[in-house]
Design a protein around this ligand. Structure first.
Ligand SMILES: [Zn+2]
Length: 273
């Protein structure tokens, strides 16, 4: 059995950008393999921190399967000088996927049954779980950052003003073509401008003939601030009711504005005093 480590995969690339009291760290690497990557294979006794990516995912996740493409090393971490941070990784995003229930089946039973009639998933599924890998992850808070209620909103008009881009990265977390029945994709983008930094964490789902759904979490912190505004939303529409061209609903970056808002949550991330 050949292991990934023997193929000498490139080491993850890590970058940092300092913006006021915040340090933005980006790690980008290759897709996780489908076999144990450890030079001496992981066992049930291996401590979590010492497991290879695949074995760590299998240990920590309760999902019966993983998306085809998982970027296990990829990371966006935004750290305040006080030590607190908010971060985005595939593992944390997948930990928010429903591992008990096939929620799409419930919501769209009729169209779903037709669309899925000759889909391999129907045979694959041993126990019900959300096979679309939809996540409502909003970023993992650690080390003294906390979320509190707010009435403030991200000023989207201000963000539309053309500005110099000081730093920009797009970080893929996971993706799967759902056995050619659509697409599920989780990506986080970060942009730093003189006026502040802006992050969009987006889960996009399309099940052909059934549904398009976009779960977004946006972060914005104006220059000089020690807080981050966070807005999370779910937008979705059944495809038969969507009055837009398929070239639009196949594009996560365009379709979200055509989808009705289903759910929204706004809060403010602050340093614990
Ligand atoms: Zn392993």
């Amino acid at each position: 059995m050949s292991r990934a480590s023997e193929a000498k995969l490139p080491a993850p690339k890590s970058e940092e950008f300092v913006f006021g009291d915040w340090t933005l760290r980006v790690v980008k690497s290759h897709i996780m393999g489908s076999q144990c990557e450890a030079s001496t294979e992981c066992t049930d006794e291996t401590e979590v921190e010492k497991l290879c990516n695949l074995c760590r995912y299998e240990r920590l996740l309760t999902l019966p399967s993983l998306p085809d493409m998982v970027f296990a090393n990829n990371l966006l971490q935004i750290k305040h000088k006080s030590g607190g941070s908010i971060s985005f990784s595939a593992l944390s995003a997948l930990q928010c996927v429903n591992d008990q229930e096939d929620t799409l089946q419930v919501a769209h039973a009729e169209v779903w049954k037709e669309a899925r009639a000759d889909c391999e998933f129907a045979q694959k599924v041993v126990k019900p779980y959300d096979w679309t890998y939809t996540t409502d992850f909003q970023g993992m808070l650690a080390g003294g950052l906390k979320a509190e209620a707010t009435t403030e909103r991200i000023d989207l008009d201000k963000l539309r003003v053309r500005e110099e881009i000081k730093f920009y990265e797009e970080i893929f977390l996971y993706e799967d073509e759902l056995d050619d029945n659509g697409s599920t994709r989780c990506v986080v983008k970060v942009r730093v401008m003189p006026s502040g930094f802006f992050v969009v964490f987006r889960h996009y789902l399309r099940v052909d003939q059934v549904i398009v759904r976009v779960n977004d979490t946006r972060l914005y912190s104006p220059v000089g601030a020690s807080h981050i505004l966070r807005e999370s939303s779910t937008r979705e529409a059944p495809i038969p009711k969507l009055q837009v061209d398929s070239s639009l609903y196949n594009n996560p970056d365009l379709v979200w504005q055509y989808l009705p808002l289903v759910k929204e949550k706004v809060d403010k991330i602050v340093v614990e005093s």
